[in-house]
Design a protein around this ligand. Sequence first.
Ligand SMILES: [Zn+2]
Ligand SMILES: [Zn+2]
Length: 300
Amino acid sequence: MRLTVLGTSASTPSKERNLSAIMLNFEGLNYLFDCPEGTQRQLMKAKSSYMKIHAIFLSHFHGDHILGLPGLLATMSMHQRDYPLFVFGPKGVKEKVQKALEISLLKVNFEIKAIEVKEGKIFEEEKFFVECFKLNHEIPCYGFVFKEKDSLGQFQREKALKLGIPEGPLWSQLHKGIKVKVGKKTFKPEDVIDVSKKKTGKKISFVFDTLANNSYINKIKDSDVLFHESTFLEKLKDRAKETMHSTAKDASKIAAKAKVKKLVLFHFSPRHKDTEKFDIEAREFFGNVVAAKDLEEIEL
Ligand SMILES: [Zn+2]
Ligand SMILES: [Zn+2]
């Protein structure tokens, strides 16, 4: 798994920083979290393929989070994408995708599956799932958890065949930790799975625009990496409240309460030129923190 911070600015891009978005690469496919203006060029600079984007997750519809969508869809279409793209977002996402196509005068030749999210599990594949949860912002806004599924251990196919369990659906049930019956015999997952090789899947959380509070702590608990917006420094904490955003200190307190392993701050107001100060203010409450720089990568 590789995480690439495509941008770190809030509300407008600056000379130094692009608007905020994060790309997650998992087993060869890309998952994009928010799609602001400038996303395409950042993807190119990060040598991350937009053609490999399997799904886009939009936290909310403020312009600094979605205005890259028309251009990205246009490029995908021009380059003959011919497989479906998922776009998840709050209520109204179908209309937003439709508008994006209208703006770019596009007839796309691939299917766009626009899906309105509700709290809970929104997307599931064989090896991971994505959950979303409500944040506290001026308009409906969601955070996301990307969770790699836990692995019970290594499946021993030789052993399974020896025991007379035929390859197919029974194997995948055992994989999922379910007992199976073959004739009169019942087999437990441990009979064919080497549990010494079990692995807990990685958990990555994304908290976009929000007034920081306890409402979402349970959802992001024990994350390996938490990306948390951090629009302002402490001296502008009143402004943070007014506009329903977080400060670096707010984000670090959340990280400590949720017992995450690593905190990555992003979404910095262009009023703050020097992002090192975010690092310093956050460190007071949570040690393993970094104020992200554009195009920074995290390998897990
Ligand atoms: Zn924003
Ligand atoms: Zn916003």
